[in-house]
Design a protein around this ligand. Structure first.
Ligand code: GLV
Ligand code: MN
Ligand code: MN
Length: 412
């Protein structure tokens, strides 16, 4: 089987998708169910139909583009990723797995290959937590990791419920129907940029993921006492932002001293109320993200956070409440898919690195119901979630080629 990845088409589609953005180029902002996201979805659907695939969308907007195999009863071989993008992101995160996956399928179709298992491209809804506070919403529902009831209760920052937002976006049906039946997938493989520097530093063109780290996130609400920035004397203050500052540093310290590079913690949201330069902050809301490949080590950091909340609250006489948003387990990748990926690399004499994914991905949740693996390509300086995210054309093409061969091997 000789496969040709159409480099120009793939690159121009990555650029075209990046034009659906609420930020000025090169930044990409595409938040789930905004008019921009809906336009991008329509564009994606047209590309999949143009490729001869049958497209279906579920009640939360997960999109499946299927190439029917010769055995309709055989479980599906899946690939895909997400097209939503956090504020001020780049154009490759998720997109390389979606458009690279589509190109892999087109290359296989063109080669005359006939799969036994259907091959399906999935575009997962809201991999990013931007709008509803929780990442991988679509794949959590598909895998039953979050219940329809719990999902219905999610609201965006305007207080609008997910159920209303997705219906207004045109996605009907019940959220209960999103969960996939047991045995739906024979295998699932996701192509993604590494979002870290290891492949580039070691000059290795591909990474095969063996394990996906366990993410947790929390919201912390700190309530102190507001007042006049001139009038209230320093000893009388209960400044919520000063308490937040101490807490943020305590979280950083707990992650830095865990003894492992795999422990990471980030406070990426800090909302200050009332947010006036001459007013003492009375309320602060933090968004905290903690990850590790080892659950026990992650637990130590989470415990340190709780202890710091308690100590800072006592010391500064402010109220601090933390709420767990999610604490997920890590996922192991499937040896058979790792082997199929490795075989394709060996065939092309491509060196690869076996590695851990520190970022989370929809594959983390699909792993609850199917064998999964991931293929990483390098990204410049390891940059991701920023406008200067960049993956080189030859790396994208290589990734799509190895993905295509792997899908072929798994779907025979
Ligand atoms: C996914 O975008 C992540 O934050 O790992
Ligand atoms: Mn991302
Ligand atoms: Mn991603």
């Amino acid at each position: 089987m000789s496969l040709t990845i159409n480099r120009d088409r793939l690159l121009s589609e990555i650029d075209a998708l990046a034009s659906y953005s609420d930020a000025e180029a090169p930044a990409v902002t595409r938040i789930v169910f905004t008019p921009t996201d809906l336009k991008a979805r329509a564009w994606m659907k047209a590309r999949c139909e143009e490729a001869g695939l049958t497209v279906r969308q579920d009640a939360v907007g997960n999109t499946f583009a299927r190439w029917n195999g010769s055995d309709p009863a055989a479980p599906v071989v899946g690939t895909g990723s997400h097209i939503d993008a956090i504020p001020n992101a780049g154009k490759y995160d998720g997109v390389v797995g979606v458009l690279g996956g589509l190109e892999a399928i087109r290359a296989l179709r063109q080669s005359g290959f006939h799969p036994k298992h259907s091959i399906e491209l999935t575009i997962f809804t809201s991999e990013e937590p931007t709008r509803f506070g929780i990442g991988c919403l679509g794949s959590r529902l598909l895998s039953g990791t979050v219940s329809a009831d719990a999902a219905r209760k999610l609201t965006d920052s305007e207080g609008t419920a997910l159920d209303e937002v997705r219906r207004n976006a045109g996605f009907r049906g019940e959220l209960e129907e999103v969960k996939l039946p047991v045995g739906y997938y024979a295998a699932f493989v996701e192509l993604h940029i590494e979002q870290g520097p290891l492949l580039e530093r070691q000059q290795i063109p591909l990474g095969i993921v063996t394990k996906i780290a366990a993410p947790a996130s929390l919201r912390v609400l700190i309530e102190g006492t507001g007042g006049h920035a001139g009038g209230v004397l320093m000893p009388d203050r209960h400044d919520a932002l000063c308490a937040a500052a101490e807490l943020i540093l305590a979280i950083e310290n707990a992650a830095r001293t865990s003894g492992a590079v795999d422990t990471v913690a980030t406070v990426g949201i800090c909302e200050v109320f009332p947010g006036a330069v001459n007013s003492i902050p009375s309320r602060v809301r933090l968004g905290v993200d903690i990850r590790d490949t080892d659950l026990q080590r992650r637990g130590v950091v989470m415990h340190a956070l709780e202890a710091a909340c308690h100590a800072i609250s006592e010391k500064r006489r402010v109220s601090i409440r933390s709420e767990l948003v999610n604490a997920d387990a890590p996922a192991e990748c499937a040896p058979a898919i790792i082997e199929a990926l490795s075989q394709s690399c060996r065939k092309h004499e491509l060196n690869f690195l076996s590695m851990v994914s520190r970022a989370y991905h929809d594959s983390l949740f699909i792993a609850r119901i199917a064998p999964v693996a991931m293929l990483f390509i390098p990204c410049r300086n390891g940059y991701s979630h920023r406008p200067d995210e960049y993956a080189a054309p030859e790396d994208i093409v290589r990734g799509a080629l190895v993905l295509a061969e792997t899908l072929a091997a798994l779907s025979k």
